[in-house]
Design a protein around this ligand. Sequence first.
Ligand SMILES: Cc1cc2nc3c(=O)[nH]c(=O)nc-3n(C[C@H](O)[C@H](O)[C@H](O)COP(=O)(O)O)c2cc1C
Length: 183
Amino acid sequence: MDLEQLEQLFLHRQSTREFSSRPVPDELVERICSLALLAPSACNAQPWKLVAVKGERKNKVAKGLQDLGMNKFATDAPVLIAIVEAKGNLSATVGSRFKDNDFTHNDIGILTAHLVLAADAAGLSTCILGWRNEEKLRAPLGLGEKERIPTVVALGYAAEDYPIRPKKRKPLEEKFTFLPDEA
Ligand SMILES: Cc1cc2nc3c(=O)[nH]c(=O)nc-3n(C[C@H](O)[C@H](O)[C@H](O)COP(=O)(O)O)c2cc1C
């Protein structure tokens, strides 16, 4: 893949809030998750697990994403993939404390990016959902009461004619600086 193709992928990936009812084959969900799990993590701790749901269980999970009338479309997504924090390893935990740097959140963000981009490359659409109620999510996801679920990704085929929106991003000058060589 060259840079132009990567750019196309980045521009094509967007938060999709209208899904078709076309089912996603289980093997494709597993394949996308297995690619996402190639994501890097601090000390290779991989402090995560992915839990995919569909059907009736997915409808129950969707309820944990809809407080205050938000994310109504989550019910129409054929698959929801919960990103769950998991124990990392000793080096990452010690490093996090010493450097006052929450590696787990970084790692989970990278995993999520891998997941949504892999899905897009497979012709699917996604929406990352951070507006969630962890208490409501845990039981239908089969998780323990202390397990954390930073985000859930809605996955499916976009509704027919769902448009690709131009990206709205702040100007490069505001967000990127290349400092002169001389310090
Ligand atoms: C951590 C995170 C949480 C998000 N939570 C939600 C959410 O709960 N509901 C929603 O509709 N979109 C959510 N989004 C999607 C953002 O609104 C979206 O990524 C942003 O507006 C940029 O648009 P784009 O993804 O189409 O490029 C979330 C995105 C991220 C990265």
